[in-house]
Design a protein around this ligand. Structure first.
Ligand code: PMV
Length: 338
């Protein structure tokens, strides 16, 4: 493998889970309680440059051109430390990361962010790594990031059979999931402006796992959802894909609402969007909602009906901005050597 030119730039897109990752069985290694399955999008990419700085005193992190400090800087520095350990290197680096997500939208930026950082940092430090190894690496930064290494649909394997720790670390990664050629989907994103999130996904997961009486039953149902989702994708059955997607997300939010104290991400405008999705279905359109650790609602529909679905959501939630996304590519190096 090349020693690494010391400088690399990578691009990654966010992914939205149809079968959610919610809860870890091992915090240190970022090992999930169950498999999850997502769609990588073609909107809101993150571009991240990593340049080695042998003379610097420590890692510098620029987010959107602004110097990051505190926990944001520490999270990136911890990740670089892991890459250095794997590559047998010591030099600090300068990380320059730019999101194209509308500011404050809170849209899966940790997934695209850590996927792009994994690809760029591995190349800059000369760490030879294929997409599978980069998926494992990205997982350590943010669990959901491991799925953004791949385009289209991807499944993150929990690797429960491997137990925990280093043994499971080797096999807990994402893989592309084939779908029927005729299945052409879009994800209509309703960006609800509700200010910064009250609880981080990391803290909310921890509280849910520790206190929610609904958590274990949801995990059990999610395992079944995943099997059925794979079959629905293979069959190209959009209605089944949508039904499973929506019930899996609502179930995840139910686990949080039952946590002590409750975690509630959905805002009034989120519920208005959910009503609009129901109304679309009553009009005969295949439209199904999913929500993550924030108030935004993402609506899965047929690609050919996306503009109709987007128009209905704009009318129902006039204060939201509505963006139509399609399946997008996996994370990749755009400059520097790999
Ligand atoms: O990767 P994290 O720690 O940001 O967790 C993401 C969790 C959800 O977005 C709510 C679900 C998922 O599978 O992406």
């Amino acid at each position: 493998a090349a020693a690494g030119s010391g400088c690399a730039v990578a691009v990654a897109h966010p992914n939205i889970a149809l079968i959610k990752y919610w809860g870890k069985r091992d915090e240190e290694w970022v090992l999930p309680a169950a498999d999850s399955l997502s769609l990588t999008l073609d909107v809101f990419p993150t571009t991240t440059g990593v340049r080695l700085a042998p003379q610097a005193a420590g890692d510098r992190v620029l987010l959107g051109g602004q110097e990051a400090t505190g926990p944001a800087q520490a999270r990136v520095a911890d990740f670089l430390h892991l890459v250095r350990e794997l590559a047998g290197r010591r030099e600090p680096a300068v990380v320059d990361s730019r999101n194209t997500v509308p500011t404050g939208a809170g849209l899966a930026s940790s997934a695209s962010g850590f996927a792009a950082l994994a690809v760029a940092a591995a190349a800059a430090y000369g760490l030879a790594a294929d997409p599978a190894a980069l998926s494992r690496l990205a997982r350590r930064g943010s669990g959901s990031a491991c799925r953004s290494l791949f385009g289209g649909f991807a499944q993150w394997h929990a690797a429960l059979d491997a137990g925990g720790g280093a043994a499971a670390d080797r096999v807990s990664l994402a893989e592309p999931v084939p779908a029927a050629a005729g299945l052409e989907v879009a994800l209509v994103i309703v960006v609800v402006n509700a200010g910064p999130k009250a609880v981080s996904s990391r803290a909310a997961m921890r509280r849910t796992v520790a206190t929610s009486p609904l958590y274990r039953p949801w995990v059990a149902s999610s395992v079944q959802d995943l099997t059925q989702m794979r079959a629905a994708l293979a069959a190209g059955d959009l209605n089944a894909v949508g039904e499973i997607t929506e019930r899996n997300a609502l179930g995840m939010h139910a686990t949080m609402l039952a946590a002590r104290p409750a975690v509630r991400y959905l805002a009034p405008a989120s519920l208005t969007a959910l009503d609009a999705v129901l109304a679309l279905r009553e009009r005969g359109l295949a439209a199904y909602a999913t929500m993550d650790a924030g108030p935004n609602v993402k609506v899965l529909c047929a690609a050919g009906q996306a503009s109709q679905v987007a128009a209905a959501l704009r009318e129902a939630v006039p204060q939201a901005s509505v963006v139509v996304a399609r399946p997008g590519p996996g994370a990749r190096l755009v400059a520097g050597d790999g």
